[in-house]
Design a protein around this ligand. Sequence first.
Ligand SMILES: Cc1ncc(COP(=O)(O)O)c(C=O)c1O
Length: 411
Amino acid sequence: MDLAAAAAARDATDPLAGYRDRFSIPDPDLVYLDGNSLGPLPRRTRTAIAETVDREWAGGLVRSWDRWLDLGTRAGALLAPLIGARHDEVALSDQTSVNLYKLAEAAVGADPSRPDIVTDVDNFPSDRYILDGVARRHGGRLRDVPADPTVDDVAAAVDERVGLVSLSLVNYRSGALADLKGITALAHDAGARVLWDLSHAAGVVPVDLAGVEADLAVGCTYKYLNGGPGSPAFLYVRRDLQGALTQPIAGWWGHDDMFGFEPGYRPAPDIRRFLTGTAPIVSMVGAAEGIALCADAGIEAIWAKSQSMTSWFIELAHEHLAALDFEVATPTGAGRRGGHVALRHDAAWPIVQALRDRDVIVDFRHPGIVRYGFSPLYNRYHDVAAAIEVTADVVASGSYRTYPDLPAAVT
Ligand SMILES: Cc1ncc(COP(=O)(O)O)c(C=O)c1O
């Protein structure tokens, strides 16, 4: 199998090829396909963080808060066009899990007659735990729909007791892309709000939150947005809902006049009311840099390359890996998948370890899934071809058999 020439031809005409140099990739031969878990370091981020630490923290000390205070809403405004939101509808704060809790609680708390929440059985576990807790605290329950739900699946679960539908736009395991427009419209027709988790979509899939009139959304910045480990998450609240919803963690950063130090809580009228406490400024600077890089490339160009890479990968997987007992677990149709491709194999975990030892970094998800995450700003078509070739080799040669079967702590 010689795919190198085909990959080189594609790389030669790739309009985003130049962006790879903007990242600090430790080794030119490394095939890094785990940016859907942790994106690599953008070079500018190192400089920006160094300036924040040396000049603003070490030099400016507390005086630097003047320039830091609104970083979360400024970074949110930068992110907004990437997810189809208006500039004042997005802010960076906390973690995805915490933001999901705040927005789910705000939505369900607004209508006591609708305490039930609809989600899918394969939604990210943290989301499921939090949604279950919110529903129970309001005397309701979590209603499950099948994994990778269709509009009809959701329709079958929604009635007048459901106040919220909360789904991931791209499933973290299968890579399936949900019908943002159809599900949002269906939930609205039934009188429920929708809360989208965009963690596996932001920075790779163009999302039209305002266009579909989505109510609420959250997502992380350390995957395709390359914000860095543990970088702050984002939250989106549609403009007309901001004044109407009350989030449960009434902290001073959500107060209308935070430096007035009033004894009672008076929420800000805008997106700031969904903030809580002091922002992690150094991490926030990393998130802002990562977002700026995606914004510079443009989400449509990123998405075009993403689809091109994943469709080529799927085609090659059918051609070269099916005979080695791999099965494509991601929906294959255009418009039905996000930025990563999941392959199912009984020996998925040993295969992942064997690939990592051959400098092809992918990850494992239960049960028996190898995830290949393609991030258009730094991945090359060379990486697509190499992933197929090395995967075929570790299985055909049997080299994966020397690795343990049981998953490690971090997979
Ligand atoms: C889809 C999805 N939602 C939520 C989370 C949780 O994010 P956090 O750990 O930042 O709360 C993750 C983490 O990977 C995720 O993939």
